[in-house]
Design a protein around this ligand. Structure first.
Ligand code: ASP
Length: 311
């Protein structure tokens, strides 16, 4: 019965709300939502919500998911356009549909049906200005003049992670009834090909929770963690008896084995069934990756630094 909340770097905008909800006896699922919603509308945040980096054609396509570690029920949305709180839409997918994952137009239709809070149609400033500057730097004027009615394939290789040590917001929560839940929300990589889904809406890749063993969530290069099923792998390694730290190290070894050449960093966040935390990164500069944690017995939440492994 050790209430615990762990959030990733961008989670600093929501951990106080999450911690307060946890202290007020909210369920793990409610705490996940309470911790992520403020991040989705934090004006400073460029990697989550409608203020996040857009895709190649200037649209903020958002991904989010939530998982109940006690029932293994989960809900996700991918490439959702025009809504402020993808995490809440994902929760409603879990609770109101016989499905796990909705994408694109179907996800937006569902958001409208449930009365989800709409946001501006396009990416908000200053991410929009950043995208325009990026276009001006990378795309010749004759191509830009026809943008976005041009073949986009050649430009997709310029997709970027401008936030590097920041990124997707993750919340891993254990409540007073020992229920564990996890949730993530992100705009994904900047200047991605339209329709690209990262790992965040993929249960088992960017997120997993099983109240018997723990929970995990990933930030960084989603293409790699999808291939390795990283969040699920961390929880399975804990099921096999490894400590949370050794489980993260094994999952990182899997990433290294899959991709010998560095293409983008990954940070793995995890708690075990007792709420013990570990955050471990690969392909990040040392001392740059922050995360935030509170567990019973602490008077306030703390900022901590991730363990960084070499590629
Ligand atoms: N993992 C996210 C994605 O691939 C991005 C990030 O966390 O930086 O969409």
């Amino acid at each position: 019965m050790t209430r615990t909340i762990l959030v990733s770097s961008e989670g600093k905008y929501g951990i106080t709300d999450g911690m307060n909800a946890l202290c007020a006896s909210a369920s793990a699922l409610d705490v996940v939502e309470a911790a992520i919603r403020p991040v989705e509308v934090a004006p400073e945040c460029r990697s989550v919500g409608l203020g996040g980096w857009p895709n190649l054609i200037g649209e903020a396509e958002l991904d989010a998911s939530i998982m109940d570690g006690t029932t293994l029920h989960s809900g996700s949305v991918g490439a959702l356009v025009g809504y402020k709180h993808p995490i809440s839409v994902a929760r409603q997918v879990m609770e109101r549909l016989p499905h796990v994952l909705l994408v694109g137009a179907g996800a937006a239709r569902f958001a409208a049906e449930i009365g989800a809070e709409p946001g501006p149609a396009g990416t908000e400033e200053p991410a929009r200005r950043g995208w325009e500057a990026w276009l001006a730097d990378h795309v010749p004027p004759d191509v830009r003049a026809r943008w976005p009615d041009v073949p986009l394939i050649p430009w997709a290789r310029l997709t970027a992670d401008p936030e590097t040590a920041k990124g997707t917001t993750i919340a891993l929560v254990k409540d007073a009834a020992d229920r564990i839940a996890s949730g993530v929300s992100t705009c994904g990589w900047a200047y991605k090909y339209p329709g690209r889904l990262g790992d965040s809406p993929i249960i088992g890749a960017g997120i997993y929770a099983d109240s018997r063993y723990g929970a995990a969530g990933c930030t960084g290069m989603g293409e790699l963690t999808i291939r390795c099923g990283t969040a699920r792998a961390v929880v399975l390694y804990m099921k096999l008896g490894l400590s949370v730290e050794t489980a993260c190290r094994e999952a990182i070894a899997d990433l290294r084995a899959a991709e010998r050449r560095f293409r983008g960093g990954v940070t793995v966040h995890a708690i075990d069934a007792a709420g013990h935390p570990c955050v471990m990164a690969i392909g990040r500069a040392a001392d740059t990756v922050r995360w935030y944690y509170w567990t019973e017995g602490m008077t306030a939440w703390e900022e901590r630094q991730a363990v960084v492994e070499a590629w």
